[in-house]
Design a binder for this molecule. Structure first.
Ligand code: GTP
Length: 638
């Protein structure tokens, strides 16, 4: 740390302070330093290599310290050190901090070896799983997330449960939306997370947060199992969270709950009466029917999990939601997962910290403390944390500040570097290092038949005990939700005759998720096998040049179909390879036959311009299709 030069005007003051400092000789901190020094020297002060009994031969520091502290450590007068610093061109007063480089130079002047020790890792507190005294463990309420397909009734169910069951209060039960709420059933509590859907669930998991104990999967009895139902199942399974199926809308005349049961058997969810172990409850969220039974089942499944926490432990948990409130500053809803959070506690959450000024529960009531599984809105953090950030209470503000500083720095450094992620190019090394025992894969393809064929063949792969595990499969374009799941589960995505949509491509880029696109099923297995054996030779890599949207089509005899296009990004070049994508599915791959602007043949068309084009031996072009131009580039071996 470079020192601020001291202005002459402040010199007198500094002198005074220096004098004061001498008087303050037996200051606690310095005494502490000295004791540390004595301890480190093996319990007694040794004579240094300098041959002077009053100077240690070696001192250990943990980072910057003030000149005064450092002088004490060397058993020298502060003024002496200040003089030496001056010779080094560093102007510092007794109370200013000097960095370890400066300390090293000074120490060497005295023939003292300076050992710089890594400071105590405050983060260790974060990671530390304190051994709970078994007597302190008490049952805690289960934390429930509701998932399911669009319009199957997730929000209606969350609202119905909230309205009918919110813990009664003298305030009349006016509920606040804080991102989670608690209900009471027969004297026991259940915590519900208020954001339905598996995206939020998986985003949180990607940040290392495991908050959900039970998932309620809502399936509309008139609609049956739909794509997002399957996604939700796979997201819950990937997180090892038990599923309770709520068959909803049974009030509808066309409701067919048995069909839902039947369809779900395909995904390993078999009802108890059919010999399985999945709990099914028929409900009508709209008519508030079957809710009591559903909640009882939640408690039953919770009992099987034996959920416990220690209210006396260091408080920790997860940020559920956070925002900047104009009047109150940053507010965050946190779920306490262990310990008891209290007003006045110093909390570190992700890359921010602060002292809890006030806590509000889901009924808008001010509370002073919150035990395990309780969601509370807290005020007092310095900045707005992110949903999914873990929080932990620190005893001392300085340590909290240092940790946040460290994390912020690391975050910056990480943004510069790519994170360690499973990619096919890197798979062999990761297997060798023992980082990968099972290769998680998501398979998306244009038709169900291809999905099954690919899954069937890759699940047979077994290279040196490493197996492929398909954690999600589906028909259609690769979506942002697929990328989120891959990110959370460290999976790679295999696309067969499909492409990632724009959001998915952006998310994959951001999180460094490996997406592999294929046209031949055999290539999928052979490439995976080669990658696992370390034989993958990434000779060529596809580089996307740009995209154009088809806005008009003309059928011209002898020429075929001419597409009037608008280049939306990048560029199109005459000699590029290209593919035609319709709703995320590749319908053609080949080359451009012609590329024109007005009547002229051109070599390339840039983003923001219109052009006309034809494809080699392909005429089935439709308005709304996307032309993706790309080239294959040789990849230099690393
Ligand atoms: N008849 C009937 N309709 C229901 C029931 N539950 C929900 N609905 C209706 O289904 C529609 C969709 O319900 P939502 O609760 O918004 O569904 P959702 O799953 O939250 O939908 P998204 O938030 O869009 O994913 C609404 O019109 C509800 O009124 C039910 O039990 N019976």
């Amino acid at each position: 740390m470079a020192q601020k030069p001291v202005s002459p005007a402040s010199k007198a003051k500094e002198k005074e302070r220096e004098r004061g400092h001498k008087d303050f000789d037996r200051d606690r901190k310095e005494r502490f330093n000295e004791e540390k020094l004595v301890q480190r020297a093996g319990g007694r002060r040794r004579a240094g290599s300098n041959g002077r009994a009053d100077v240690p031969s070696q001192v250990t520091v943990e980072g910057p310290m003030t000149v005064g502290e450092f002088a004490k450590l060397l058993h020298r007068e502060a003024s002496e050190i200040i003089k030496k610093l001056l010779f080094l061109g560093v102007m510092a007063t007794i109370n200013q901090e000097i960095d370890t480089d400066a300390m090293e130079l000074i120490a060497s002047e005295y023939g003292v070896e300076l050992v710089v020790k890594e400071p105590v890792d405050e983060e260790a507190i974060d990671m530390l799983v304190e051994a709970d005294n078994p007597e302190d463990l008490v049952a805690r309420p289960p934390v429930v997330t509701i998932m399911g397909h669009v319009d199957h009734g997730k929000t209606t169910l969350l609202d119905a449960i909230r309205k009918s069951r919110v813990v009664a209060t003298e305030a009349g039960g006016i509920t606040q939306h804080i991102g989670a709420y608690q209900v009471e059933v027969g004297g026991r509590k259940i915590t519900f997370l208020d954001t339905p859907g598996h995206e939020a669930f998986t985003t949180m998991r990607a940040r290392g947060a495991q908050v959900t104990d039970i998932t309620i999967l809502v399936v509309a009895a008139d609609d049956g199992v739909m794509p997002q139902t399957v996604e939700a199942i796979n997201h819950a399974k990937a997180a090892n969270v038990p599923i309770i199926v709520a068959v909803n809308k049974i009030d509808k005349p066309e409701a067919n709950p048995d069909r839902v049961k039947q369809e779900l058997t395909q995904y390993g969810l078999v009802a108890e009466e059919w010999g399985g172990d999945t709990v099914f409850v028929n409900i009508s969220a709209l008519k508030k029917e079957g809710l009591d039974q559903l909640l009882e089942m939640v408690l039953l499944v919770a009992d099987l999990q034996d959920l416990k926490a220690n209210p006396k432990a260091r408080p920790r948990g997860t940020v559920i939601e956070a925002k900047l409130d104009r009047g109150r500053g940053p507010v965050a809803t946190v779920l306490v997962q262990n310990g008891t959070l209290r007003v006045g506690d110093i909390v570190v959450a992700g890359t921010t910290y602060g002292r809890v000024r006030a806590m509000t529960n889901d009924l808008g009531k001010r509370i002073k403390e919150a035990g395990p599984s309780t969601p509370v809105e807290i005020q007092g953090l310095g900045e707005v944390p992110s949903a999914g950030d873990l929080f932990v209470v620190y005893d001392d503000e300085r340590a909290a500040r240092q940790l946040v500083q460290k994390r912020t720095n690391r975050e910056k450094a990480e943004q510069m570097q790519t994170t360690a992620r499973v990619t096919l190019d890197d798979l062999y090394r990761q297997i060798q290092e023992g980082n990968v025992k099972e290769l998680n894969v998501i398979v998306k393809a244009d038709v169900q038949g291809s999905v099954e064929a690919i899954v069937g063949s890759i699940e047979k792969i077994d290279v040196a005990g490493v197996r492929v595990k398909v954690i999600h499969r589906g028909v259609g374009a690769i979506t942002e939700s697929d990328v989120a799941l891959a990110n959370a589960s460290n999976a790679i995505i295999i696309g067969f005759q499909v492409r990632p949509d724009t959001n998915a491509a952006r998310a994959a880029e951001e999180h460094k998720v490996d997406i592999r696109l294929y046209r031949v099923i055999y290539d999928v297995t052979s490439e995976l096998e080669s990658a696992m054996k370390g034989l993958l030779e990434p000779e060529f890599k596809e580089v996307v040049l740009g995209h154009a949207e088809v806005r008009q089509v003309f059928h011209i005899s002898k020429v075929g179909t001419v597409a009037g296009c608008y280049v939306t990004d990048g560029k199109l070049t005459r000699d590029a390879e290209c593919r035609l994508v319709r709703n995320g599915v590749v319908v053609y791959e080949g080359k451009l036959d012609s590329l024109k602007r007005f009547k002229d043949d051109v070599r390339e068309v840039a983003s923001g311009f219109e052009c006309g084009l034809t494809l080699e031996r392909f005429n089935d072009i439709k308005v709304g299709d996307v032309v993706e131009a790309f080239k294959m580039e040789a990849v230099k071996p690393e």
